[in-house]
Design a protein around this ligand. Structure first.
Ligand code: ADP
Ligand code: MG
Ligand code: MG
Length: 947
């Protein structure tokens, strides 16, 4: 607030250095001077030709906000002092028509950021100085044109006037003078336009266009500061996780003119090809042009190499400068430059963005050139680069054409990268049918559930109108390495009509669509894709990954449910399987009936077991008469329940060999490496038809076929499903509780695992199963289950007379388990953090509900800093993990600890897992190379930090 700062504060402010001449700064002062300011400073220090200028610091911007949008004390005076220095150096003066200095005002934060104020060029023009410009350029028309452009640019950018208001007037002027284009307007016509533009400013803002160059400068600096909190800038920072308290710097710099004739021009260049990484200058140049004309695409620029022919001396100097910049920054630079009458000026240098291909090639080349160390090379490649290198993508030109043709339907959330093309299909069965027959399809659903998985497997990709990055569709698609776009909310999926609508556009079943899982774009029609080269052919990527492997401490395992996935994961560098989910094997179509038979019989068979055990116990204690009575009862029960028991045992008997083959396949694929197999985990009703569907079917059959055996069967099923219904299935009968209630299922699974391992061992295959018991909350649960299963395991080895190495362990996914990890570690030989459930239970969020209903708002409104299902919540969930690691290892120092939740593939979470000392992370097979890199980066970052 005005006038509230104390004398002490004012004194402190006046002594603060708010303004740095370019020669006073350096590359290392990026936080204070912003990227652009630090770049100009570094180039100036290196003696490169940079038009003189100064930078107002990011601290000044922050002070501007804390003092009610006024410049901090002393800042303006320092800026004027700096301006004096520049005037001396150039021998020109701002506002002096006879010796004209013009400046540009350029915003520049620590991280390059669209959404902030555009650069204002030619600041300092007014009715008097425009005469000076005409003299300087010997071109009256050019001067008037620059002046009207300045008012237009300044009016829009600094004064916030709608661009349309100026364009309309320009159009009218063109009409009046029968001019086809701006360039057809003569000097006097432009002078009229300048007058009208000033009227526009008065009309729109109620005040005159500032003719005083000092006033122009002051307002422009304020506008740059204000743009830091502009809506677009704030949204961009939110999306890119850039803090809001960094502030932006302001650069004020002497103008140089690229539009002074054919020995002038402006251009942008990369020191290496940003697409391929090739070591060759890459960029564009425009003769006789100013500012962003190159980027604006008004005229077609020439390739930078042409400069050698046109201005050979400039080209030579330029190439010397760029290679020097590369050596200084030891990275690819993206530079902006201007040539004024044959003299080269450098205006900007920054680290060049690059594609995945370029990133690995550049990293590899620069190690060979001695520019960077392998440590740095590993840190230079981003996890996203690696993702890009292993996924198919759309032909960029074809995609651009599609956008131009209006074929971009909508943009949803990019859930799983890669490009997919196929016929739109709206149900999983049809996707399965067509897909298995070799047709290319894209499965389109409002959202997906386990019922849709069989349709996702043969599909090219998945598109849903609802859900977020951790919805079922996203998680499953990522696991499969399949492209997916989710949450495309403008799409209305009409399952009945087998069509989807976006506005009034209708896409019917079988029409071709293309989806880009890396960007979230959805197109009508086919866009040709480019498949990724196989990893073994990507020499530079392999080289970078090898360096990463040498530097990481964390192992990388993969979640794989079948031999194919395990094999793929192994090829990509997985060092084990961290999670093999047996329920996925149960979902397969020909097995489901057997699984259902088992589930329906299980409760009865179980009751039989419980009742008979009770009776037997009572008999031991009973006297003779009572005992006979009990014996009769026992016989009765046994007779009654015999069919259910037979059913149950028959079903388990059928499942045993199937599971044995599953496990054999996966253990064989991972020969010599650990495979963690989780015993059955989900609530059983997930394998049964839905209650609502059954209810309808039974009602229908009662009407149409009351006597049918089908009705009897369905009614039985309905009764069973009803008996199994739970108010809260995720907290109901699942995980180890299932095994405690129905030990037969677990015993069958352990038998299958051990028989598979023994058989392999006999063949000479080193199988290393690790049996994982899910959802433990109390150590007694684990003791009981493990007790039962240990017997089974020993029995199998005795039967086969062969010993195999195996382990029993547990998931840590219930908060109570984490809190009592010491006790649990006594029985468990390994821990695996199930961070999905652990996050759900720690937050008391049901993930599916949270993501559909409120989580988006939560993160948008910053109630939560990020989606905790994507990046592990270090403070809360992370605390539980720390406790469990510490107390588990205290009790059992060689306890093997990993993570198998989705977070295992997330680079930010990997950093945390490395920090807390896990042994491995386990992620989806396609995520393995990314995790290898991320684990190395975490280790390297840790080595440098002081934590
Ligand atoms: P951006 O952040 O959008 O790159 P810049 O501040 O770099 O914005 O300005 C954009 C362009 O304006 C520059 O590439 C350059 O061509 C031109 N420009 C900026 N300052 C000057 C100057 N002092 N002299 C000549 N051209 C300039
Ligand atoms: Mg720039
Ligand atoms: Mg779980």
């Amino acid at each position: 607030m005005a006038g509230t700062s104390t004398a002490a504060q004012r004194a402190a402010a006046t002594t603060t250095k708010w303004v740095y001449l370019f020669e006073e700064g350096s590359a290392s002062m990026r936080a204070l001077l912003g990227g652009k300011g630090a770049g100009c400073a570094e180039m100036t220090r290196a003696g490169l030709p940079v038009p003189p200028g100064f930078t107002i610091t990011t601290e000044a911007c922050n002070a501007y906000y804390t003092s009610d949008k006024r410049f901090p004390d002393g800042m303006w005076e320092q800026a004027l002092d700096a301006l004096r220095v520049i005037e001396q150096k150039t021998g020109k003066r701002l506002g002096d028509a006879s010796n004209l200095l013009l400046v540009s005002v350029r915003s520049g934060a620590q991280f390059s950021m669209p959404g902030m104020m555009d650069t204002v060029l030619n600041l300092g023009l007014n009715d008097e100085t425009v005469v000076g410009l005409a003299r300087l350029t010997q071109n009256e028309r050019f001067a008037q044109d620059a002046y009207r452009r300045f008012i237009q640019m300044y009016g829009r950018i600094v004064m916030g006037i709608e661009g349309r208001a100026f364009e309309d007037e320009l159009d009218k002027a063109k009409e009046r003078h029968s001019a086809a284009a701006d360039t057809d307007l003569a000097a006097d016509a432009l002078q009229d336009v300048v007058k009208t533009f000033k009227q526009v400013v008065r009309r729109e803002t109620g005040s005159d266009f500032p003719t005083d160059p000092m006033k122009q400068l002051e307002l422009a600096i304020g506008a740059v500061f204000s743009s830091w909190m502009g809506e677009r800038a704030v949204v961009y920072r939110d999306a890119n996780k850039i803090p809001h308290n960094l502030g932006t710097a302001v650069n004020v710099q002497t103008m140089v003119f690229g539009n002074m004739g054919d020995d002038s021009g402006t251009g942008v260049a990369f020191t290496r090809n940003p697409e391929t990484g090739e070591r060759a200058l890459y960029g564009d140049f425009l003769i006789n042009a100013q500012g962003e004309d190159v980027v604006a695409g008004i005229r077609t620029p020439m390739p930078i190499t042409e400069l050698e022919r046109i201005l050979p001396a400039v080209y030579k100097e330029f190439t010397e400068i760029t290679s020097r910049l590369e050596r200084t920054y030891r990275d690819v630079q993206d530079v902006e430059f201007t040539v004024e009458r044959g003299k080269l000026f450098m205006l900007q240098t920054r680290t060049g963005q690059r594609s995945g291909f370029a990133a690995v090639r550049i990293a590899s080349d620069m190690v060979d050139e001695g520019l960077v160390t392998p440590d740095e090379a590993v840190q230079r490649v981003q996890p996203d680069h690696v993702v890009q290198l292993l996924m198919s993508r759309f032909n960029p030109a074809a995609k651009e054409t599609a956008i131009r043709e209006g074929r971009l339907l909508t943009t949803g959330i990019s859930a799983s990268p890669g490009a997919a093309v196929g016929r739109a299909v709206f149900d999983a069965d049809r996707a399965d049918e067509l897909g298995t027959a070799g047709e290319k399809v894209v499965l389109v659903r409002p959202e997906t559930s386990p019922d849709d998985v069989h349709g996702m497997i043969p599909a090219q990709g998945v598109l849903t109108s609802r859900g977020g990055k951790t919805s079922h569709a996203s998680v499953v698609a990522r696991g499969m390495g399949k492209p997916a776009v989710v949450g495309a909310e403008t799409i209305v999926v009409d399952l009945k009509a087998r069509a989807m609508r976006v506005g009034d556009r209708v896409i019917n079943e079988d029409e071709i669509i293309s989806i880009d899982g890396a960007t979230g774009e959805v197109f009508v029609g086919e866009i040709p894709t480019i498949p990724p080269p196989p990893i073994e052919e990507q020499a530079e990527l392999l080289r970078v990954l090898e360096w990463a492997d040498e530097r990481r401490r964390l192992q990388v395992w993969a979640n794989a449910d079948n031999p194919g996935d395990a094999q793929k994961a192994r090829e990509l560098g997985a060092q084990g399987v961290g999670l093999c989910r047996t329920e996925h094997m149960f979902m397969e179509e020909e097995r489901l009936p057997v699984v259902q038979q088992m589930i329906l019989a299980a409760p009865k068979a179980n009751r039989l077991r419980v009742d008979t055990e009770r009776l037997k116990k009572e008999m031991v204690e009973a006297h003779q008469a009572k005992r006979t009575e009990l014996e009769a009862q026992l016989r009765d029960i046994e007779e009654q329940m015999a069919p259910a028991r037979a059913d149950y045992e028959e079903a388990l008997g059928k499942l045993l060999p199937m599971q044995r083959e599953d496990f054999k396949g996966i253990l064989r694929a991972m020969e010599g490496l650990p495979v963690v197999i989780r015993l059955l985990d989900p609530p059983l009703h997930e394998f049964l038809p839905r209650h609502e569907d059954l209810l309808l079917e039974v009602a229908e059959l009662r009407r149409t076929a009351p006597e049918s055996s089908e009705l009897a069967e369905k009614a039985d099923l309905l009764t069973a499903v009803e008996a199994m219904r739970e108010a809260n299935p995720m907290l109901g009968l699942r995980g180890c509780r299932l095994g405690l209630m129905y030990p037969g299922i677990n015993e069958m699974q352990v038998r299958a695992i051990m028989e598979a391992a023994c058989a392999l061992k006999r063949e000479g295959v080193d199988a290393r199963p690790e049996i994982m018991i899910p959802l433990i909350g109390h150590v007694n649960e684990l003791n009981r289950v493990r007790g039962q299963l240990e017997q089974t395991a020993k029995k199998v080895m005795a039967e086969q007379s062969i010993q195999v190495d195996y382990k029993f362990g547990t998931m840590i996914e219930v908060p109570r388990a984490a809190l009592t990890a010491g006790e649990i570690a006594e029985t468990a030989e390994f821990f695996s953090f199930g961070t999905n459930d652990l996050t759900q239970m720690t937050f008391a969020f049901s993930r599916d509900d949270a993501e559909g209903k409120f989580l988006k708002r939560y993160t948008e409104e910053k109630i939560l800093p990020a989606n905790p299902f994507e990046t592990v919540d270090r403070i809360g969930v992370g605390r539980l993990i720390r406790i469990a690691v510490e107390e588990g290892r205290q009790r059992k120092p060689d306890l093997e600890i990993g993570v198998c939740g989705e977070h295992g593939g997330d680079p930010a979470s990997i950093e945390f897992f490395n920090e807390v000392g896990l042994d491995y992370v386990s992620c989806s097979p396609p995520g393995v190379p990314v995790a290898r890199l991320a684990a190395a980066q975490a280790q390297l970052a840790g080595a440098y930090s002081t934590k």
